[in-house]
Design a protein around this ligand. Sequence first.
Ligand code: ATP
Length: 258
Amino acid sequence: MAFFRKRQQNRAAAAFDPDASPYALLEGVSLTLSNRQVLTDISLRLSERRIGLVGLNGSGKSSLIRLLNGLRLPSRGSVRVFGAETKQALAELPRYVGFVFQNPDHQAIFPTVEEEIAFGLTQLGEAKQTARAGALDFLAQHGCAHLAGKPFAELSEGQKQLICILAVLVMQPRLLVLDEPMSSLDGLASRRIHRLLDGLDQKIVMISHDLSLLRSYDRVVWLEAGRIRMDGPPAEVLPAYEVDLEVRAAAPLNGEDL
Ligand SMILES: Nc1ncnc2c1ncn2[C@@H]1O[C@H](COP(=O)(O)OP(=O)(O)OP(=O)(O)O)[C@@H](O)[C@H]1O
């Protein structure tokens, strides 16, 4: 009896509310990896449509966004996404939170573009044949029909990142989390992906070292050494972050903060 009660409690705790506001709620979150404290006492309520995340290398940005799709679980505190505590909702999270990796080669797992997109549809329960037809449709909707049969490895960097984003979007997640998606793209590919993201209905949380991309965002969170240093509108956070970068860059080179 106690067993069934516990299962029912877990199910209730994992119930998603797609319209939850905030869509992500982090309370007193700390994260330790290999005996190293990577995040310390992070509390955030994320409800804005477009949120940018900035900070120096190693400040904890990737670790923080991995908490949003359950790739990392907090060592202390709690992370709720669309109302469900992530550690109790790992199986369902990918339907709500799409994650785009910095390096497309780390994300793509299928030999061809069509298979990469179709996989998302099979995850939603589509039969293989319907998923392939759906993938072709989806690629055509995004002007990529000509890429369907191509091996992923033969795509340009911009095409690879676009396909990885589409492979996530085909599952229609409510939230899209992106880890520096433009970092290896040229100016044109970067602008094109930025425009694509801008036109989406999904909520977006994105890490970027290109601060110009975040100027139009609703909110920017600045992480420093695993803690929130500043959090607010881009017009306040970005200039302060840039000043900090200038001050650090002007200090004598010692190799420690690179
Ligand atoms: N699996 C791990 N084990 C131990 N330490 C880790 C692990 N993953 C990350 N770290 C450490 O955690 C800290 C934060 O890493 P994280 O990748 O989250 O930072 P980041 O801000 O995304 O950095 P970057 O801008 O370079 O991608 C770094 O010091 C990193 O070395």
